[in-house]
Design a binder for this molecule. Structure first.
Ligand SMILES: Nc1ncnc2c1ncn2[C@@H]1O[C@H](COP(=O)(O)OP(=O)(O)OP(=O)(O)O)[C@@H](O)[C@H]1O
Ligand SMILES: [Mg+2]
Length: 481
């Protein structure tokens, strides 16, 4: 396959500060452009007559080839026409000129910021890059937005000028149209990694260390007596959803899980899982199902664990009611530190009573840190435990903290209340749990060292560990006493 190219060398002094990403484009001749516009109009008629239901790509491709044979007669050979038809189809129902970017798995984000401005991409390795792709007219961007709206059965128009949707490949899209966005329509695509990052990947990236990860494993699993409630908190794109997903691998395979999201992002490897997705109003302005509706419904489905992708509105109270009545839960929340996380939860629009908020066991803060060369990395900056309430204030104690200067994590050696409770419920001494913590750290170290990082492989080892931990530890070959 032909590839897009990257210009990352800064040798040329005329080079931009920001590295270049050149998109491999198909150049249509003027005549072909004309035919393309005609086809576009036909397709819109077809879309309206079919009530915008999904298209059959193969059939449309055949139609386009027939159309081209008619128009171009025998001026070109069949292969040329077929290739042309495929490229036209991409323009028409795919994501147009963005298709080549969407297909590149190295990109984390694709950003269209208006007309006559370069499209930017965020590369997993090189950070922010400027592409050589420009949109000169608004119509071309709007066409892409419309085709995304059509594909996802949502609407975008003057009445609701914001589109939030998920593409069939899992990527998340936000689009806005003027006058909301002053320089023309915008599109922001958060690309979806086909294989999600796992806890082992995150340790390898130094987002957290194995001591923290094994502690979280112990608490998420809860030894069958006290599975922890956890809020992952941080700024935009700090990696909250990814971390939540990675931690979910520690949920005991015996549990029944229900996940609730605006757009399906979580990819949790468990078998016994129900995935729910909220729905915005359809083209007729009906049929909205909110996150809150889904949380309420989940309570009737006897879940052990409820995972809410992003907590931000009315659903918070319902979720916390669940947490206060014996279910356990996870969620992400947008905030800059653990104190602010509590403030956000207890104030409008969430308004969760403080006494209910204290059902959270841990707040994990994550941060995206930008280096001066534009490349970013993610760190868990703190793991705070909610220890209760005193004089109307929720008490937090920090267990782990990231030292930004040394880029190291510190265990603040405060005894975890959650571990103490687990020991009590199990009727064992806390030292037993500390031993278990160490054992799990050995397992994770082994996975990291041997780069056993796929969800499938990790799950397999965890399941074996639950069945017979000594067997796994022996296999790893570390003599623990
Ligand atoms: N620890 C990490 N190291 C490297 N890349 C990461 C890490 N965590 C997440 N990413 C990447 O960063 C991007 C954003 O991650 P994610 O969606 O988890 O962030 P988020 O905080 O949930 O964002 P939002 O605020 O939009 O909900 C994804 O492309 C993901 O693959
Ligand atoms: Mg998220």
């Amino acid at each position: 396959m032909e590839m897009n190219s990257i210009h990352n060398d800064k040798e040329d002094e005329n080079d931009n500060l920001i590295p270049r990403y050149n998109v491999l484009k198909f150049n249509f001749s003027d005549e072909e452009k004309f035919i393309l516009e005609e086809l576009r109009e036909n397709l819109i008629d077809l879309a309206i007559s079919e009530k915008m239901s999904s298209f059959n790509e193969e059939l449309i491709l055949k139609d386009i080839i027939r159309f081209l044979e008619n128009r171009l007669q025998n001026r070109f050979d069949y292969d040329y026409k077929e290739n042309l038809a495929r490229n036209m189809l991409k323009e028409l129902i795919g994501y147009g000129e963005l298709s080549a970017l969407i297909e590149d798995d190295n990109l984390e984000e694709i950003m269209v910021i208006g007309i006559n401005k370069p499209v930017f991409v965020y590369h997993r390795k090189y950070g922010m890059m400027e592409t050589d792709l420009f949109f000169e007219d608004e119509g071309k961007i709007t066409n892409i937005i419309d085709s995304i709206a059509r594909e996802t059965n949502r609407r975008i128009d003057q009445q609701s000028p914001i589109l939030d949707a998920r593409l069939s490949n899992g990527s998340r899209v936000n689009a806005t149209i003027p006058p909301l966005s002053a320089n023309g329509p915008t599109i922001t695509i958060r690309k979806f990694k086909k294989e999600p990052l796992t806890i082992v990947d995150l340790i390898r990236y130094n987002t957290l260390n194995t001591e923290m990860a094994s502690f979280l494993w112990l608490c998420v699993d809860g030894l069958g007596v006290k599975p922890a409630n956890i809020i992952v908190s941080g700024g935009t794109s700090s990696g909250k959803t990814t971390l939540l997903n990675a931690l979910s691998i520690f949920i005991n395979p015996m549990e029944r899980i229900i996940t609730i999201e605006d757009t399906l992002e979580l990819q949790i490897p468990h078998n016994h899982i129900i995935r729910m997705e909220a729905r915005t109003v359809n083209i007729e302005n009906q049929g909205e199902i909110t996150i809150e509706d889904l949380v309420k419904n989940a309570l009737r489905q006897r879940p052990d664990r409820i995972i809410v992708g992003e907590v931000r509105g009315n659903e918070a109270i319902t979720l916390f009611t669940a947490l206060n009545t014996g279910h356990s839960g996870f969620g992400t929340l947008h905030a800059n530190n653990s104190r602010e996380t509590i403030t956000r939860l207890t104030n409008a629009p969430m308004n969760v009573p403080k006494i209910m908020v204290s059902s959270i066991d841990f707040i994990i803060m994550e941060k995206r840190i930008y280096r001066s060369d534009g490349i970013s990395y993610r760190r868990i900056t703190e793991i705070a435990e909610v220890t209760g309430m005193e004089e109307g204030t929720i008490q937090l104690s920090k267990l782990f903290q990231w030292d930004s200067e040394r880029d190291e994590f510190k265990n603040l050696t405060i005894v975890s209340k959650t571990l103490e409770e687990m020991a009590n419920l199990k009727g064992v001494h806390i030292s037993k749990l500390n031993e278990e913590w160490k054992k799990r750290q050995v397992v994770l170290n082994y996975l990291v060292k041997n780069n056993i990082s796929s969800q499938k492989d990790i799950s397999k080892i965890l399941e074996t560990y639950y069945l017979n931990s000594d067997y796994v530890l022996n296999k790893i070959g570390v003599g623990l006493d």
